[in-house]
Every structure is written in structure tokens, then in C-alpha cells.
Design a protein around this ligand. Structure first.
Ligand SMILES: [Zn+2]
Ligand SMILES: [Zn+2]
Length: 629
């Protein structure tokens, strides 16, 4: 939500050049403000927000040693140097970048660094102009460096025309479209599960060296499969980077896309081809944690869903903008639009979107962050900032067909994250996102939040008897659900994904599968993971006579070689399977007598460091008095 009002009498602003720019390129831009009918008084201010990801603005500071320029140090020689000029020679302009206390940065500088221009000596009158040169090269600065991720960004301009501290936004702040660079690799996406003889789509997404989807590539890659030699793969048609194919025999395969001229290659995710009569569940991929400009992310829910569906080729997604204690929160109007957009994009068998938002409770007794998802439309938003505490949230959601999903439990401001739990609403936990891994102390890909605390890990919740299945998602703030590693202004881990075993791609089926915990988490790779215990699926709770051996069967097809698979029982590693290829399977039989309820899950680690986690399976001995309910 934008806090400041837009008015029209405070002038207009443009950026020159306004053409698209490549991610990571260097340039110089003039931001030209033309004064409106009310003018700008002495001590009035113009504020320009330089988007995060672009060079931080640097100023000419006095007293300032000419020696510094000679040595190539100091603001005027650095990337992002800013200068300013007024058309009216009597007016003097003072540039400043206030230092904001760290704890307030999130509230005052959400999308970028604020640059202030104070009007001195003579007021600005209607029609006067102020030209801010960002990336001014006059004193040796190379210019300003563009952010490394593609996205249209706004250089938000606001004015305080009377010098009374009240800022109003200028109508139509200038925007710059940042686009991908030349192609560096292909991401090849195919469904994870199909039947033999069934046509399936292949999508080749060209990406640049920073991981941006790029439209600079207009070639037609060659699509291949080793199965073609055996006559079981048939490419049925190809139009540019989209194709249709089929496999006529069951097995687990991958497909390669190559452009020999450009030396570009990509290997698809694995696909499990089952025989015709197989009625196993299908496997779908999604990102259930996405922020947009409705809170502190970039872009709109419309753009996010389009990216999820068309670029990342996800099956389902959810925009989860924030109910935040800071001023940047989802307004009532934006909540209505969030629900409307989720409905608009939900098309059975094509794409599913859920109405959702992020409930946040920070502070010394904070219960942390939980995303709230609705199965049905037209539900009210229940905000912590409006006085709904976590117990109140549970109570009011009880009869509403909602899912509540805690995330990055190890982060700061969530000391009481696991003090509360509602087993009817909290069926799953987000174990991994761009922020990192919340699984357990000593885990790979540890959290990047300062002050994280693994006392509050996912394993802590499991040890308390909470029956939580696992998903991973993005928490991406750059508007790129399903494929990103940008947290708006710095790079982190890769966007996680949620894998869901469901009969069909419909909102109801995905919902029920999440509720049943028939889901697993990955660090973004479409790794196939099948984890069964005595024939039961991941996420299930079963009861067995206490001397029944638990036969665990694990089947994996990775996107790279599987390095190891850890079998975890009650948070302890009881077996490590060492892999050699991208397809692995093993069995493990636990013959120990069941004394109390126990749970098992597996953690998969590929050679390239990418990971997957199955949801746990809980086993309770029959007639056990000690079992946790
Ligand atoms: Zn959060
Ligand atoms: Zn979030």
C-alpha cells in the first residue's frame, strides 16, 4: 500500500532516456521535474527514490578534497554519482541522503534509497525545471549500474511544496523497464508425471547469466531424448521454444534442448512415464509465497501470476502480501483485488491460484510469520495490526476452510513461533525459501536473516508433536515466483518450490493434497521424490502393531546426480544412502519395536547442493497409551 496521496498540482516528471535497459548495464539518466501550478517554496523538497538494486546514489560532499578525485575515490568518482541543476539560476538546490536508523529502514525505505533536494534562496515557479543527473560521469564516475534482475521499476517522486514536511506523490512517477541480457542457458520444463502415449508440452526458457528470462533469444533449439534411438520418444511438433512430444514406453527420462550455433544447452526436469492403466496421483509444482507491490515486493499480482504460469511454468501459486506492523501493508481494497486476481487466474487443468495473505506478529513476544490461504473466495482479511492475535486468528479461521502455514521460523522477531499450534489449520510448514533453510541446527543453506535462531527450527516443532508436512516456496520480493534468487536488492538462495501429489489440477484437489500433507519441498529443482512406509504416502499418520517392521521405500529422480539421501527418524539421522546417478532408489527396514509414536522423513541432497525434503510419515503403535494425539 502506498502511504502518500497523489496530487496533480505538484508538477510532472520524466526520465531520459526512457528506453528499456539491460540488467547489470551501466548508464546515465536525467530525471526531469517540471514545477506545477503551486510552485515549490523555499525549504520545500523534492524526493526521488532510486530503486534498490541500482547503484546507491552518491553525492558531492564539501569540504571535499580535490585530491580524492585525482585518486579516483569519493562520491563523484563512484558509480551512482548524482548532480542537480535548476532552470532558474536564483534557486540553489541542496542534495541530501538522510541516514535512517537501521530499525526504521524497512518502513521508510521500502523500495529504494531516498534522495532529497531542498529548495534554497528563491522559490521554484510553475514551469521551472529541476534536472537530476543520476550516474553523472563528469568527475570520473562510470555511471549508474542497473539492477541485475529484470523488472519494471519506478523512480518514485514526491514533493513537499510548502516545506512543511508533508509529501505528496507526483502523478505518474517515471518507470524504467529492466530486461534480461543475452541468453546464457536454457531451463527446459516438462510435466513430472504422464502416461505412456500421452502428449505433453515442452517449454524452453532462455535465461541470461543472472538467471533472468530473456527475450533476446529468438532461435529454435533442437529438442532431443536418448529414447528417440529406441523409438519410444516422438517429437510431435515444435513452434519456437514450445513443443509437443510423447513417450511410448514407461520409465523415467529427461529431455535436452540444444542450440549448437549459440552453444546453449539445457536439460529438463525428470519425467516419470507410467503405463496406461496407472492411476497414481499426478505431481504438480507451485510457489505459495509471493510478494508484490501491494506490500513490499515489486510488480502487481497480475504480473506475478503471469510470471508463475507462463515463465516459471508452475501449476499453482499464491500472492501472499503482508499484513505488516509497518505502514506497508495490504489495504482492504488491495485484499479485494488479491482475491479477484487469484480467481481470474484459476482455470482447472491449467493453473490454480489461492486467495492468501501473510499474517505477521513481530516483537519480543512475536509469533512470527504465517501465511493464510483460503480455499473459497470472499473471506475477510484478519490482521494482527487490527488486533487479531494468533489465538484469535485460529478461532476465527476455524470454520473457514483456511490453511495457516508458518515460515522462516528461525528468523528474528518470532520467539514464540512454536508456542502456538492449531492442528486443524496448520497442516504444513514452509521449510525453505529464498531466505534459507529452517529445518534444523547445522543444516545446509542456513538462514540469512541476522539473528536467526535454530532453537525455533522445524525439527523443534516436530519434536513438540506438531504434525507438519513440508513445502518450500519463494518469499520472492522481485515479482518472479518460481524462479528467482533476488530479495529485491540482494541475491540470496534460489526460490524454493512446493511439490504436491494430487489427482487433478484443480483448486480443490491441490487444497486437499496440501491438507493431507501429500506434498514435499525442494530448493527450486523439480526433483521427483517418492517416499513410502508400508505402502503409505508421505504426510500420513498410521497405526501399526508394535512389532511390525517399517518398510521404507524411497525413489528419487534428480535434476543432477544424487549425492546422498538422509533418512531421519524423530529428528535423528538413522541411515544415509549414497547415490551415484540421477536416478536412485533404496529400501530400509526398521525392525525395532515401536514404543511410542515416531516419525520418518527423508532429506535429499544433489551433487550440486540442491535439496528436497519429503513430508514426514507418523507411525503410532497400536493401543499405545504413550502416543501423542
Ligand atoms: Zn514472512
Ligand atoms: Zn513473506
Amino acid at each position: 500500500m502506498r502511504l502518500e496521496e497523489v496530487i496533480t498540482e505538484n508538477g510532472a516528471v520524466i526520465i531520459e532516456p526512457g528506453e528499456k535497459v539491460e540488467a547489470g548495464s551501466v548508464g546515465t539518466w536525467n530525471i526531469i521535474y517540471t514545477v506545477g501550478e503551486k510552485g515549490v517554496a523555499i525549504n520545500g523538497k523534492i524526493r526521488i527514490t532510486i530503486p534498490f538494486g541500482f547503484s546507491r546514489p552518491k553525492l558531492f560532499k564539501l569540504p571535499w578534497d580535490i585530491e580524492d578525485i585525482r585518486k579516483g575515490i569519493g562520491g563523484p568518482t563512484e558509480p551512482g554519482y548524482v548532480s542537480v541543476k535548476a532552470s532558474n539560476p536564483e534557486t540553489k538546490l541542496k542534495l541530501s541522503i538522510p541516514v535512517i536508523p537501521k530499525e526504521k529502514v524497512g518502513m521508510l525505505e521500502v523500495w529504494g534509497k531516498n534522495l532529497f533536494i531542498t529548495i534554497k534562496d528563491a522559490p521554484l515557479r510553475e514551469g521551472n525545471s529541476v534536472v537530476v543527473t543520476y550516474g553523472d560521469t563528469s568527475f570520473g564516475s562510470p555511471g549508474a549500474v542497473v539492477q541485475y534482475f529484470e523488472q519494471t521499476v519506478e523512480f518514485t517522486v514526491a514533493t513537499d511544496i510548502y516545506g512543511d514536511g508533508c509529501f505528496y506523490l507526483v502523478k505518474n512517477s517515471p518507470r524504467l523497464a529492466v530486461i534480461g541480457r543475452k541468453v546464457s542457458y536454457f531451463v527446459v520444463i516438462i510435466p513430472s508425471k504422464i502416461k505412456e502415449g500421452e502428449d505433453f508440452p515442452i517449454t524452453v526458457v532462455p535465461r541470461d547469466k543472472y538467471g533472468n528470462a530473456t527475450y533476446k533469444y529468438q532461435g529454435m533449439p533442437q529438442i532431443k531424448s536418448d529414447e528417440a534411438m529406441r523409438g519410444s520418444f516422438e517429437l510431435k511438433g515444435q513452434h519456437g521454444r514450445s513443443a509437443l512430444a510423447k513417450f511410448s514406453s514407461s520409465g523415467t527420462y529427461r529431455i535436452t534442448a540444444v542450440d549448437k550455433d549459440d552453444g546453449i544447452v539445457g536439460i529438463s526436469n525428470p519425467i516419470a512415464v507410467t503405463d496406461k492403466d496407472n492411476n497414481d496421483l499426478n505431481l504438480y509444482w507451485g510457489d505459495l509465497h509471493v510478494h508484490t507491490g501491494f506490500s513490499d515486493g515489486l510488480g502487481t499480482p497480475d504480473e506475478a501470476y503471469r510470471y508463475a504460469r507462463d515463465i516459471s511454468k508452475l501449476d499453482f501459486a499464491a500472492c501472499t502480501d503482508e499484513d505488516n506492523e509497518s505502514e506497508i501493508h495490504l489495504s482492504d481494497e488491495e485484499w479485494e483485488l488479491t482475491k479477484e486476481t487469484a480467481n481470474k487466474y484459476t482455470k482447472p487443468a491449467k493453473f490454480v491460484a489461492f486467495p492468501a495473505y501473510e499474517y505477521q506478529d513481530h516483537g519480543p513476544k512475536g509469533t512470527g510469520h504465517r501465511n493464510v490461504y483460503f480455499m473459497i473466495d470472499d473471506q475477510p482479511i484478519l490482521r494482527h495490526r487490527d488486533g487479531v492475535d494468533l489465538l484469535g486468528l485460529y478461532n476465527r479461521l476455524k470454520a473457514r476452510n483456511a490453511l495457516v502455514v508458518p515460515h522462516h521460523s528461525v528468523a528474528m522477531g518470532a520467539s514464540q513461533v512454536w508456542n502456538y499450534h492449531n492442528p486443524d489449520l496448520e497442516r504444513i510448514v514452509e521449510i525453505y525459501s529464498i531466505w534459507g533453510n529452517s529445518e534444523c541446527r547445522g543444516c545446509l543453506k542456513p538462514h540469512i536473516h541476522a539473528g536467526y535462531d535454530y532453537e525455533k527450527s522445524v525439527q523443534t516443532a516436530l519434536a513438540k508433536g506438531y504434525k507438519l508436512g513440508f513445502i518450500a516456496s519463494g518469499d520472492c520480493h522481485a515479482g518472479h515466483p518460481g524462479y528467482s534468487d533476488w530479495l529485491r536488492w540482494f541475491r540470496s538462495y534460489h526460490n524454493g518450490l512446493a511439490a504436491v501429489y494430487a489427482p487433478q489440477l484443480s483448486r480443490r484437489d491441490i487444497w486437499q493434497a496440501l491438507w493431507k500433507r501429500h506434498c514435499y519441498a525442494t530448493t527450486g529443482e523439480r526433483i521427483l521424490l517418492d517416499f513410502k512406509l508400508n505402502g503409505h504416502m508421505m504426510g500420513e499418520e498410521i497405526i501399526l502393531p508394535k512389532n511390525t517392521p517399517r518398510e521404507i521405500r524411497v525413489k528419487i529422480a534428480g535434476t543432477k546426480v544424487i549425492k546422498r539421501v538422509d533418512l531421519i527418524r524423530n529428528n535423528l539421522q538413522v541411515y544415509v544412502y549414497k547415490g551415484k546417478s540421477w536416478k536412485e532408489s533404496f529400501e530400509y527396514i526398521d525392525r525395532e519395536d515401536l514404543k511410542e509414536e515416531i516419525f520418518y522423513y527423508v532429506r535429499v541432497i544433489q551433487k550440486d547442493g540442491e535439496m528436497a525434503w519429503s513430508s514426514p510419515i507418523w507411525v503410532r503403535p497400536q493401543d499405545s497409551l504413550s502416543a501423542k494425539s
